[in-house]
Design a protein around this ligand. Structure first.
Ligand SMILES: Nc1nc2c(ncn2[C@@H]2O[C@H](COP(=O)(O)O)[C@@H](O)[C@H]2O)c(=O)[nH]1
Ligand SMILES: [Mn+2]
Length: 207
């Protein structure tokens, strides 16, 4: 289905899918605004950022994912958690990394912080104790609901000072204070990766 079809033909293109795969009807019913989601970044913590590194070079960093419709299709048709055959501790084993990325010696990776904290480009050290893996982001330490209860848009504005981004209550659940301290996370995994570049965002667009 093309974006043009979605815009010009309304529900018609999706009927092609649902006639063939009627089980999707249930999921589409739950996500009534699916049409607005096509071609977007994805909601929640997905983002595009424009950043500067330590030498003033400009980086564009993108984190995209599925929303309702993509999630429904992915759930029904795609196993999106990758799993790979790898050799660890003398055996061939299946490895899946959830909340983690591969960090074999020399592997480059991206470790984002939050909409108000820096992010890192890293190089893996191939530490066998972690199955050559590292964390793939700061990660939340507070649930979305708790963050919405605890913080105000004024807190969000204070915590994203200097970053051009949304500061309204619609993105309060993404407030930097709801995420772990990225520098602590990096210190904790200093034996897994080395920092190649440090990125500071000045624009953050949430999906
Ligand atoms: N630089 C930014 N990092 C962000 C932002 N929102 C969330 N995050 C971090 O990204 C990871 C992504 O994790 P995933 O589990 O969804 O793949 C998350 O853990 C945060 O640390 C942001 O706006 N900018
Ligand atoms: Mn993600």
């Amino acid at each position: 289905m093309t974006i043009k079809q979605v815009i010009t033909e309304g529900d018609k293109p999706v009927k092609v899918w649902t006639e063939k795969h009627p089980q999707l009807l249930k999921a589409f019913g739950r996500f009534s605004n699916w049409i607005n989601q096509i071609g977007t970044l994805g909601g929640g913590n997905h983002f595009i950022e424009v950043c500067l590194d330590e030498s003033g070079r400009v980086w564009v960093m993108l984190h995209s994912g599925s929303r309702g419709i993509g999630n429904a299709i992915g759930h029904d048709f795609i196993d999106h958690n990758y799993v790979e055959r790898e050799h660890h501790f003398g055996s061939n084993v299946w490895v899946t990394r959830k909340g983690a990325i591969r960090a074999r010696e020399g592997d480059l990776g991206i470790i984002p912080g939050s909409m108000g904290a820096r992010s890192y480009i890293v190089r893996g050290k191939g530490n066998p104790e972690s199955f050559s893996s590292c964390a793939h982001g700061a990660g939340r330490w507070m649930s979305r609901t708790a963050a919405e209860k605890q913080f105000t848009p004024a807190d969000l504005a204070a915590q994203t000072q200097g970053v051009i981004c949304r500061k309204d209550k619609g993105v309060l659940d993404e407030i930097p204070g709801a995420y772990k301290d990225i520098d602590q996370v990096m210190a904790n995994q200093a034996d897994l990766v080395e920092v190649v570049h440090t990125l500071n965002q000045f624009v953050c667009v949430k999906g």
